[in-house]
Ligand binder design. Structure first.
Ligand SMILES: Nc1ncnc2c1ncn2[C@@H]1O[C@H](COP(=O)(O)OP(=O)(O)O)[C@@H](O)[C@H]1O
Ligand SMILES: [Mg+2]
Length: 280
């Protein structure tokens, strides 16, 4: 269904990898509308097509059927309106933190001879992002001098430098320890509130998906598809206390159970139980 007010509209999208008997249906008939300024989280068993869908939105992967539109326009490759952040920070090790954040601007400067005032605007933005992400004191450090959490802050700041209207994040906090991850959650919510961007965020952590998302989209594998879309019954402005709310935990249990059902893990567990019973 085409929804003209949507920021992102994904219409019956299918994607195949490989040919013949090796062919994988990575996505089959995926339908999703994302509203402007919405924060959508994608969860689901490994291999259900989360990364593939995100890469399609980023213009890094083509589709075999259906349509994907941003602001009503079909996606045609990567664009400055969409920035991606991956689990591995992919910073340039030979550039300082500040230079990493300014890097996308530098490319443009080389190409188009920006005026000095435009360069000034860009460095003003970089300074604002350094402050926002709590990186000012490490602006002149190199990535390998920073912790994983700090490196990921740099990667997020770099993604924000070009003022993208859509932020695409693929398990961005997956490599961080639990405490750092919690800090990053509140930071990314703060950033989302300030920047008014639309976020599509992939995670395998259901608690993270609920805490961050306005809606949680649960995908299922073989073939990759959307199984269920959950509205998160929490106030728009989140705080860590909410993780203790009964409705938070009820939703977490429901989603975890559904992931188990759709991934085939439940049947594995049942088989294991049967086996144990037979042996006993
Ligand atoms: N470049 C590729 N070539 C072949 N198969 C791929 C490729 N990328 C993904 N796949 C397959 O597509 C399916 C979905 O993968 P992916 O999107 O990475 O899932 P997820 O991120 O949910 O774990 C998996 O079966 C995966 O093996
Ligand atoms: Mg993935």
């Amino acid at each position: 269904m085409i929804n003209t007010s949507s920021k992102i509209s994904i219409e019956r999208v299918s994607k195949y990898f490989g040919r013949g008997s090796d062919q994988v249906r990575a996505l089959a008939g995926v339908e999703l509308n994302v509203q402007p300024n919405e924060f959508i989280t994608l969860v689901g068993a490994s291999g259900c097509g989360k990364s593939t869908l995100l890469r399609i939105l980023g213009g890094l992967e083509t589709i075999d059927d259906g349509a994907v539109r941003v602001d009503g326009q079909a996606i045609d490759g990567p664009g400055v309106d969409r920035a991606m952040v991956f689990q591995h920070y992919s910073l340039y090790p030979w550039l300082t933190v500040r230079q990493n954040i300014q890097f996308s601007r530098r490319l443009k400067t080389n190409r188009r001879d920006l005026t000095s005032s435009a360069v000034e605007v860009a460095s003003g933005r970089a300074d604002a992002l350094l402050r926002l992400m709590g990186l000012t004191h490490v602006a002149d450090a190199f990535p390998n001098q920073l912790s994983g959490g700090m490196q990921q802050r740099v990667a997020i700041a770099r993604a924000l430098q070009g003022r993208p209207s859509i932020l695409l994040m693929d398990e961005p906090f997956g490599a961080l320890d639990a405490q750092t991850r919690e800090v990053m959650h509140d930071l990314i919510l703060h950033v989302h509130g300030l920047e008014k961007s639309t976020v599509v965020f992939v995670t395998h952590d259901v608690e993270e998906a609920i805490y961050l998302g306005h809606r949680v989209v649960l995908m299922a594998p073989r073939p990759g598809r959307i199984d269920t879309i959950y509205d998160v019954p929490l106030p728009a402005v989140r705080n860590p206390e909410m993780k203790l709310a009964p409705e938070f935990n009820a939703l977490k249990r429901e989603i975890l159970a559904r992931i188990r059902e759709t991934s085939g893990m439940k049947t594995d567990l049942e088989m294991l139980e049967q086996l144990t019973r037979t042996v006993a």
